[in-house]
Ligand binder design. Structure first.
Ligand SMILES: [Ca+2]
Ligand SMILES: [Ca+2]
Ligand SMILES: [Ca+2]
Length: 399
């Protein structure tokens, strides 16, 4: 099922959608699919048969796609599609809610790696990463004139080739550093740099701190720093993966994903985890959602669902958490990821997305609310031409 030649793995989990593709056809994209900047024929569909002016897209270039709202997706008042084919995900809102940064890959070719793009007033997507190495996890800086992202460009000119591994793992390239690019001048500066994995950075809505994931302490932990990359604070100190964090809107807490050990089997699993980490790899198949105060105190487990729970984000009132999970997939190999909501204690579970098709057409994940709460950006296989194609969507949210 899984292509052993697949060159990159995705720190925040995009690879799950590729896994869901089953056998990965080489160069799965065809025709217009290879140009994600070009609106396709599936967008702009009519809204449930009613006439009237189409609602304004929340981001220039997004095309109305209400035909892709699935039965049961009652939280979606309208749906727009931003990309059309390839691998596109992790679309995160600017501070002013009028732009998205995202990562985009046009094909599954070995020499094609995720690069960072931003939306622009003209409706085009604009590449802002250098094109060297593999990149991940972009986020707007306060003021929206700069974007941070992680890249292996200090160690790789092209796309790094994933070494042989046992089973399904993510690569934690030690060349990953966190850079800030000036959207006006293209000037790039290094924000965070240390031997080992440094990636998955996001910025507090207060605009004063950055959280990221690093192996610098010898384990995968959350760290925060100021906007210049100084005043480093280690937030987590727990065996296992701690990463993929976002701040609450009041800047007080972090929501993140962490390895879930099997009770009674911790020692064996942690030994295997250490062996993977020594090869710069991590297995993402068993993770739960946690919160912690930004200073590292008061760690709380949110979900106890089993399976892979990831990409958590606070609702605009900080009272609930939206996240992606496959816990509900009855299949032994759980490829159907969907977006769920839950309370801060894990109760009140509510399924938000319901897209489930054939292999490679099941994934929904990476939810992020706009700061005003009106829109939810997410990634999904829905509307995909080729199995595994993942596109960025924006839903108008119904409270
Ligand atoms: Ca590094
Ligand atoms: Ca840890
Ligand atoms: Ca799904």
């Amino acid at each position: 099922m899984i292509s052993p030649a697949r060159p990159t793995a995705h720190p925040l989990g995009l690879t799950w959608s590729l896994l869901a593709a089953g056998a990965l056809a080489a160069c799965a994209s065809t025709g217009g699919d290879t140009d994600p900047l070009q609106p396709g024929s599936q967008g702009g569909a009519s809204v449930d048969g009613t006439e009237g002016p189409a609602p304004e897209p929340p981001v220039p270039g997004a095309v109305l796609a209400n035909d892709l709202i699935q039965p049961g997706e009652t939280r979606f008042k309208n749906l727009w599609r931003l990309t059309f084919g390839g691998q596109n995900a992790e679309a995160y809102w600017s501070f002013s809610d009028d732009r998205l940064s995202l990562q985009l890959r046009e094909t599954n070719e070995k020499d094609d790696c995720d690069q960072i793009y931003v939306t622009s007033p003209s409706g085009d997507l604009r590449q802002v990463s250098t094109g060297r190495g593999v990149t991940t996890c972009a986020f707007f800086m306060p003021g929206d004139d700069h974007v941070l992202y992680a890249s292996t460009q200090s160690g790789h000119v092209g796309c790094p080739i994933k070494p042989e591994s046992v089973g399904y793992t993510w690569m934690l390239w030690p060349d990953y550093e966190i850079y800030v690019t000036d959207l006006k001048t293209g000037e790039e500066t290094t924000l965070v740099s240390e031997y080992g994995y440094d990636a998955e950075a996001t910025v507090s809505p207060l605009g004063d701190r950055i959280v990221f994931t690093s192996t610098r302490s010898g384990d995968l932990e959350l760290w925060t720093c100021d906007l210049e990359g100084n005043d480093l604070v280690q937030v987590t100190d727990t065996p296992g993966y701690d990463g993929g964090a976002f701040f609450s809107h009041d800047g007080q807490r972090l929501v993140f994903r962490a390895t879930a050990w099997t009770p009674g089997n911790e020692a064996e699993e942690q030994q295997r985890y250490r062996e993977d980490l020594d090869r710069w790899q991590v297995r993402p198949n068993s993770m739960e959602i946690f919160t912690v105060a930004a200073d590292g105190s008061d760690r709380q487990q949110v979900t106890t669902l089993g399976g892979a729970n990831f990409a958590p984000y606070f609702t605009p009132d900080d009272q609930r958490i939206i996240f992606a999970t496959n816990h509900h997939d009855p299949a032994e190999r759980k490829f159907n990821f969907d977006i769920f909501l839950c309370d801060l204690d894990g109760g009140g579970l509510e399924q938000v997305t319901h897209f489930d098709g054939p292999p490679g057409k099941k994934f929904d994940g990476f939810p992020m609310f706009s700061r005003d709460g009106k829109y939810l950006a997410f990634a999904s296989n829905r509307g995909a031409g080729a199995p595994g194609d993942t596109d960025v969507f924006i839903a108008e949210w119904a409270d």
